[in-house]
Design a protein around this ligand. Structure first.
Ligand code: SF4
Ligand code: MG
Length: 335
């Protein structure tokens, strides 16, 4: 797939005329059973847009989503229902994703009923208890009657994961699933997701702004900048041998794992090095050229082709490969 997404600006448009937010350009990714794919980028990079497109919360402006190899655009109603069941989302905010007036039983019984997984009330209760045990909310008999306000953030996120699991999904789209949780329980939730990928062969799209957790948790990592995919490949390789200047910038803002526990450690905040550009009038060519220390004239003109480095590691940057261009840095004249 090669997804594009523009959001038309309807209500208030300071630029006049036909404008759109170019949230996503050239985003292409594939998810596989039993694998975690991380989508890394700063806020505003288009990560959540990709998740919402995949969840079909909105339609792509261009490109297509394929499910089991077949384009969804041409799918019949039955396939669309299967897709909707197979692709489940876990949201960032566990405090907003559960309805405060309903208990855990209600939240988990709904998906079971909608898709007809339980024949009677007894079966339904059994399945809910099994789901709660699956996400380590035990004793399940106690958790089933609890209300969201009686649960911690981590426990709520477990309920949200159980709700996603209820319909036996093939794919879980996890949009920053731990970023609002206490640091002390983040690893527990990531480990739970890792277990689901191993044991139930679920494909996980893990959205994060944090390269360190991508490295820890994801088999494959894709780096997104201002709606453009700039680098991808096996996580270890993308992080150890980062090629794209933006990936390198992200890494320089990430504490090294062995130094993580040191207090007061200095690192350069990303904001100190410029901001993600507006997606209403995004920079031309490689959108990173406004912040890139290596930017060349060609970078403004077009988006670079991918250069491959083996084992599926690639980047889109004019610094690599045999792309014909003028390599004089911007601001310097050729003589
Ligand atoms: Fe920098 Fe040009 Fe590479 Fe973009 S294409 S990252 S601007 S060198
Ligand atoms: Mg987001």
């Amino acid at each position: 797939m090669n997804l594009q997404k523009e959001f038309p600006l309807r209500q208030w448009n300071p630029f006049g005329g036909k404008q759109a937010v170019h949230a996503l350009e050239r985003a292409s990714l594939a998810l596989y059973p039993g694998r975690v794919t991380a989508l890394v980028g700063e806020s505003g990079s288009g990560k959540s847009t990709i998740a919402r497109l995949l969840a079909r919360l909105y339609d792509p402006t261009g490109g297509e989503i394929r499910f089991h190899g077949k384009p969804l655009g041409k799918a019949n109603a039955a396939t669309l229902t299967t897709y909707r069941r197979s692709v489940q989302m876990v949201f960032q905010d566990p405090f907003a994703s559960l309805n405060p007036v309903h208990n855990v039983r209600y939240h988990l019984s709904r998906p079971l009923r909608i898709y007809g997984f339980a024949k009677n009330a007894e079966e339904e209760t059994e399945q809910i208890l099994a789901l709660l045990r699956r996400v380590s909310l035990t004793p399940a008999e106690q958790f089933i009657e609890k209300y969201p306000h009686q649960l911690s953030g981590g426990q709520r996120q477990r309920v949200a994961i159980a709700r996603a699991l209820a319909v036996r999904p093939e794919v879980i789209l996890a949009d920053e699933p731990v970023s609002m949780l206490d640091v002390s329980i983040r690893l527990d939730i990531l480990n739970l997701l890792a277990q689901l990928k191993e044991e139930e062969r679920i494909a996980i799209l893990f959205i994060t702004h944090d390269l360190a957790s991508a490295r820890y948790f994801a088999d494959e990592t894709l780096v997104l900048y201002a709606g453009q995919m700039v680098e991808g490949g096996p996580s270890e390789q993308v992080i150890q041998q980062a090629k794209h200047p933006y990936t390198q910038l992200l890494l320089s803002a990430t504490p090294a794992p062995e130094r993580m526990r040191l207090k007061g450690q200095r690192r350069t905040p990303l904001e100190a090095r410029g901001e993600v550009p507006s997606l209403i009038q995004p920079p031309t060519g490689c959108r990173f050229h406004t912040r890139c220390p290596h930017a060349m004239p060609v970078c403004k003109e077009r988006f670079p082709e991918r250069t491959e480095f083996g084992h599926g590691h690639w980047t889109s940057c004019f610094l690599y490969g045999a792309q014909k261009h003028d390599t004089t840095p911007m601001g310097r004249s050729r003589s």
